[in-house]
Design a binder for this molecule. Sequence first.
Ligand SMILES: Nc1ncnc2c1ncn2[C@@H]1O[C@H](COP(=O)(O)OP(=O)(O)OP(=O)(O)O)[C@@H](O)[C@H]1O
Length: 463
Amino acid sequence: MENLEMNLNFDFHEIYKKLGIKQAAILVAVSGGVDSMVLLDLLQRLPVTLKPEIHVATVDHCLRPESKWETKYVEQYCKKHQLKFHTVRWEKNDHPDQGVEEAGRIFRYSFFSDIMQQYKIKHLLTAHHADDQIETVLMKFIRGGDLHQLQGISLQRSFMAEFDLSRPLLFFSKDSLYEYANKNQILYFEDSTNQTDDFLRNRLRHHVIPTLKKEAPNLLGHLVSYQEQLADLLEVADSKIRKLVEQLTTLDGYLLSKWRTLTSAEKRASLRLICTDNVGEINESQLTEMVSLLKNTSRPQGKIDVKGKYLFYKSYGNFGFRDKASCSIKIQSDFKRQLRLNKWIKLSPFEKIGLFPVGTPTGEDDDVLQLSAKVKYLDVRHRQNGDKLLTLAGPQKVKKILIDQKIPSNKREQVWVVSNGSHELLWVVGHKKSDLSRQDVNDKIHYIVIYRKISGEKRLLHE
Ligand SMILES: Nc1ncnc2c1ncn2[C@@H]1O[C@H](COP(=O)(O)OP(=O)(O)OP(=O)(O)O)[C@@H](O)[C@H]1O
């Protein structure tokens, strides 16, 4: 017993030193259970050179009748030991869709961050210990998911960007914490819900972990060693994969031709990271589906529904993700306006088109179609089936022009055209002009049609 206490104290000092907190103010998350009460005791025994200014935070989740007495006990303890105490009651679940455990956790950490902001505290300490670590890793293993999660609970990580969260008891077993508490007559509460088998964590704690520990008394040592190896490998691999993804990235998504030059493992790993960056974690079978879509050279376009919210698309040279909501914004397909001399027509908040006499000044970025006096009627509308562009060589199918220019199918519908009132077009705006409109073909140019994009700044001035 004597040894144990000595060890716990000594190791705790060493670990605390490594955390780099020194004498700064800290917030300790204390539930009143054995783990956090032992942590509080150990913190107060730190040598003066390390001893921080201790604030304590306790959330009364109001889920058990006894929780208010536990909170009261922590408050009295703090008063006796001259520690600053903060508490709050959780009376309303703001995240009912999350499940009570998760919603409680969100509330707890948001309370901690409020206190930390108010008192300018940078460091939060919780009492997670080695058995929590084993339970967490087994739970991740059972539920499946991203390999990074098998690294489990870390000794220290950043928290809400501006703070850090440290778990100095992470290498101590729960048994050693009980022994320490009993030896030092530390009073603590047992959470009655911990005895039930209602939660996966409890089932692992009561039935699985004791059996594993019997087979491997140094279970935690093995776990720590695996986690260290995994952390090293992931750090090296992650930075390499990140570089690959950067090389694939363009303004329009990711470059398919470059992705196809990668090895099989690089293909999957880079795609996995692209998914995480854009839509969060995805399952491996969906990743396989995406890989085969990208590898399929006979289909230049394709899409896959992801999580009901996104579309993973391949479109000629690019691939990437789109929000389904933004893809489903329907264009007004029956839009049709006659072009009248000296009048602009607003096509969208970002673009307009107008018919003007030749000689009208145009801007550098304007797209201009020249017309002879023979033109009697002109309208502007979206592309329709059967549209053909008039050319000297005969009519050309608009669909073919757009496919040849590798315009993705969802963008093809949005293309504007200028027609003479039939399916015969003079201009597929932004893509191809009828050569019948060119100066060398027509006797004399009388009119010009100007297509102008309105930039954000100009748009504001217009509105
Ligand atoms: N009601 C509470 N008030 C203050 N701190 C708490 C409370 N409950 C738990 N904590 C802190 O969180 C640590 C982990 O507790 P527990 O394992 O019950 O929570 P968890 O929700 O499983 O974990 P996590 O908070 O990391 O998500 C405790 O050691 C303690 O420091």
